[in-house]
Design a protein around this ligand. Structure first.
Ligand code: A3P
Length: 279
């Protein structure tokens, strides 16, 4: 139907839509018995919440220990062929992973091994606007004729990776787990140096102030956008659009804004996560 993602572009696994050109059912099966290691690092986000930003931060931080991180395409747990999961057994430590998976779909060994997990959250309205533009600007994704069509799919969880609210609620129940640190895109935008230090401390990198400044300079929006072709290939610039807080106001109608507020109330109000997001 008009406005919905064409069937050939999506895979449905356990009730959630995924981009079929990136994910396969076989890979999901292979992931079920994936063996995490205690010194793995994991970044978790719902799409468009700052995955590439934080992944690059970890990249730059690890370079000080001469650790070379693979591309984000390889690091995304659920992307690629099942053979990739097999080959990860041979990869040297520390391995860095990113994922958009819901809590219930993360391989259990990540929790058993208490793998340090950085959860990045973002205002649901800015996330929607970012997702809309990304879908339209990236030729491999299905584009939407209008913002209203996208909004309906987003609010009903009919986009890849399902509902923002289900994703956030499930992860939000674990934000106090010892191995998880949750921070918001907004926190990082407003007080970058402080949150870079928190990230470095959380992963035990013990970087000096000078090293943190180097990381800060290399991971500004401007710098990442300029280097996007090198880090992501030809479509790199589609990942670095505006990098601001509050762009939702450019597209949301009053009614759409209220609909998101109501969903927020229904799922997240009164939760620790709701407090953290505080949009
Ligand atoms: P916008 O579309 O609002 O600009 P993801 O990496 O999860 O796909 O998220 C993409 C969003 O993060 C985009 O948001 C992108 O511009 C923003 N982003 C990427 N790098 C950033 C950076 N260094 N600083 C701030 N925002 C960044």
């Amino acid at each position: 139907a008009k406005g919905e993602i064409p069937e050939d572009l999506v895979l449905i696994y356990k009730g959630i839509l995924y981009p079929s050109f990136m994910c396969s059912e076989e890979t999901f099966h292979a992931l079920e018995c994936f063996e995490a290691r205690e010194d793995d690092l994991l970044v978790v986000t719902y799409p468009k919440c700052g995955t590439n930003w934080v992944f690059q931060i970890l990249n730059e931080m690890l370079l000080f220990s001469q650790v070379k991180v693979p591309s984000i395409y390889q690091a995304m747990l659920e992307f690629g062929k099942p053979g990739k999961i097999q080959s990860l057994k041979e990869a040297s430590s520390p391995r860095v992973f990113a994922t958009h998976l819901h809590y219930r779909d993360i391989p259990k060994s990540f929790f058993e091994k208490k793998v340090k997990t950085l959860l990045i959250l973002r205002n649901p309205k800015d996330t929607a606007v970012s997702y809309f533009h990304f879908s339209n600007n990236n030729p491999v994704l299905s584009s939407y004729g209008s913002w209203d069509l996208f909004f309906n799919d987003y609010i009903n969880g009919k986009v890849c990776y399902g509902s923002f609210f289900d994703h956030s609620l499930a992860w939000g129940k674990h934000i106090d787990d010892e191995s998880i640190m949750a921070i918001t895109y907004e926190d990082m935008k407003l007080d970058y140096a402080t949150y870079l230090k928190k990230i470095s401390d959380f992963f035990g990198f013990s970087l000096s102030e000078e090293q943190l400044v180097v990381v800060e300079n290399k991971t500004t929006f401007k710098s990442m956008k300029e280097n996007s072709e090198g880090t992501h290939g030809k479509l790199g610039n589609t990942f670095f659009r505006k990098g601001e807080i509050g762009d939702w106001k450019s597209l949301f109608t009053e009614a759409q804004s209220k609909a998101v507020d109501a969903k927020f109330e229904q799922h997240l109000a009164g939760t620790k996560l709701g407090e953290k997001l505080n949009y």
